[in-house]
Ligand binder design. Sequence first.
Ligand code: PLI
Length: 461
Amino acid sequence: MNNNIKRSWAEPYKMKMVELLKMTTPAHRKKALAEAGYNTFLLRSEDVYIDLLTDSGTSAMSDQQWAGMMTGDEAYAGSRNYYHLEEVVRTIYGYKYLIPTHQGRGAENILSKILIKKGDIIPGNMYFTTTRLHQELAGGKFEDIIIDEAHDSESEFPFKGNVDLNKLEKLINKYGAKKIPYVSIATSVNMAGGQPISMKNLKELRALTKKHGIRIIHDMTRVAENAYFIQQREKGYEHKSIKQIVLEINSYTDGATMSAKKDALVNIGGFLAVNEWDVFEEARNMVVVYEGLHTYGGLAGRDMEAMAIGIGESVNDDHIKARVGQVIYLGERMIDYGVPIVKPIGGHGIFVDAKKFLPHIPQDNFPAQTLASEIYLDSGVRTMERGIVSAGRKANGENYYPKLELVRFTIPRRVYTQAHMDVIAESAGRVYEKRNKVKGLKMVYEPKYLRFFQAKFEKLS
Ligand code: PLI
């Protein structure tokens, strides 16, 4: 017997339905991209071969979730599926009160309106586009308190989502705790490359915020992926289940906004969850203005059922190992081709460092937007800019210049195979080979809010 044979892992599911993909020609892609103003958000999905725009709402639901959809109780008020979801949020996530919303930003809107007053400061472990915008629209100012390593794509620090407690203390000293309604903490920090926060850091943050009477609000969109990295990298957690780790993470926070379109394996849905009755009462009142009655929040009964089941599946150890394992596989293939990526490899996608990939293109000519266009032209793989376009403008109209200028190859959950990962890595490698010939872009149309969704560009000649 040969004991040297490596034992591979594989996806803990099999397929019973497939969706056929459309192959496209280079000429077709060139035309489609020009029509989309070199913005991958404006491409038609039909013109895309492998879609890595986002992991949001793009996951494949299980047979159990689809079966659950059939049990949707489409009552206007008091749907049975709402009570199921409430029970799941209490038992799996550990939060007391639930307000369903149509997706994550619905929860962000309500929460920001309730907790933020004009002039307030909201410290957070790196910004997220919609989260920061809702904080700003409510009159607050976001302050980045993530550790410096998070802004360095080459730092191999295992918990680049950590909060720099000194930065937070400085803010508390400068503004006073009363001006800080909450600290905004994301697990698996999206804009840093899906980087986790450690349990140790969270505990320390809890101790500090408790001392000053400041809440922690958790953006728990990708909490299970963060829990996986804690299990793999943090001492004392190697024998704990993802379920136990998720519950512990949440226990150090006072409430959460959730886009269930990611971790929770549904195509639509989200919620706000809080532990304070007063905040819940106000949110319950406000949700009827912006989303729908408090027992559906803009969702159908069947959506809430699929979410309740998806949450259970998302904290399964085999699921999360395969999910993150696929992302790591893709990243390692890209590294083999010399492609500069954010390290360590994060939980939901590979983030390519466009400044290092295209060093001859200045940030004002949108290297990441350019690179996303080139990848699409090469192979029909659709990715997303996460750099200066996504960062947008400050209240005074100046551009934010984020240190990280990235292209995100986001992997939907349970959708693509390892062979797809090979095709994607090869495309990144091919574009890398011809990187010196690539020219930048200029922006010719800029919407007021969240410009990355709809901005248009032209190629520089
Ligand atoms: O897209 P929503 O409204 O369901 O969720 C907003 C949202 C909040 N927090 C975080 C960390 C997100 O990643 C997020 C949405 N992310 C998208 C759409 C993405 O492509 O990453």
